[in-house]
Design a protein. Structure first.
Ligand SMILES: [Ca+2]
Ligand SMILES: [Ca+2]
Length: 201
């Protein structure tokens, strides 16, 4: 009888201990589940707010807010950002002088390709099509000049082999040709053009 009494006490004690443990575990898990639920709710709320506000019209936002996403202006899909400048790749062909005027009308200028990085950027974008750039020797044959005054002699060039050749003694404007390499051609030739402008402030 004594034996059974002891066993009952021990077993009962064990059972109590086990139940207490279970309860504390349950409390911990409950708290964890609740905090998880809270985090999910907060995340969902912030996400839906973000979506709603973004749908209201991006152009309503201050420029500084959208700068990392649309540095060339939230209202424009025509200008592409590269290395602190905005570039426009025309969809129409025209002579070099008309292209120059078109860029100026858009408060920009024909592109100045003064680095390998910039050359790579325009090269991939122009895909072997001919595009005018802001380089000419119209003033004095053989004396190439960038239209913004960038020093031609000390900066990057990317002429196609054998160019500029002033073919027919009448090639005074530069454009991108196959693989983005430069060629001089007569200025009334009609091709696409690249404009560039600083990032709007
Ligand atoms: Ca020439
Ligand atoms: Ca040529």
């Amino acid at each position: 009888k004594e034996y059974f009494h002891i066993c009952f006490c021990v077993c009962f004690k064990d059972r109590n201990f086990f139940q207490q443990k279970l309860r504390s575990f349950f409390t911990v898990y409950l708290l964890l589940a609740l905090s998880f639920l809270l985090i999910i709710t907060l995340f969902a709320v912030s996400l839906s707010r973000g979506t709603v506000t973004s749908l209201k019209g991006l152009s309503d936002f201050p420029h500084s807010f959208l700068f990392p996403v649309f540095p060339c202006g939230p209202g424009s899909r025509e200008w592409e950002y590269f290395d602190r400048k905005c570039y426009y790749f025309s969809l129409r062909r025209m002579s070099w002088h008309k292209a120059k005027a078109q860029c100026e009308e858009m408060h920009s200028q024909l592109a100045i390709i003064d680095s390998h990085a910039k050359q790579n950027f325009v090269m991939f974008r122009t895909r072997n099509e001919r595009f005018w750039i802001g380089l000419t020797d119209e003033n004095l044959e053989g004396e190439w000049e960038w239209i913004d005054g960038t020093d031609y002699k000390t900066t990057f060039t990317f002429w196609k082999e054998g160019e500029p050749n002033n073919s027919g003694s009448n090639e005074n404007c530069a454009h991108l040709w196959n693989f983005g390499q430069w060629n001089d051609v007569y200025c009334t030739y009609e091709c696409y053009y690249i404009c560039e402008k600083p990032v709007p402030t």
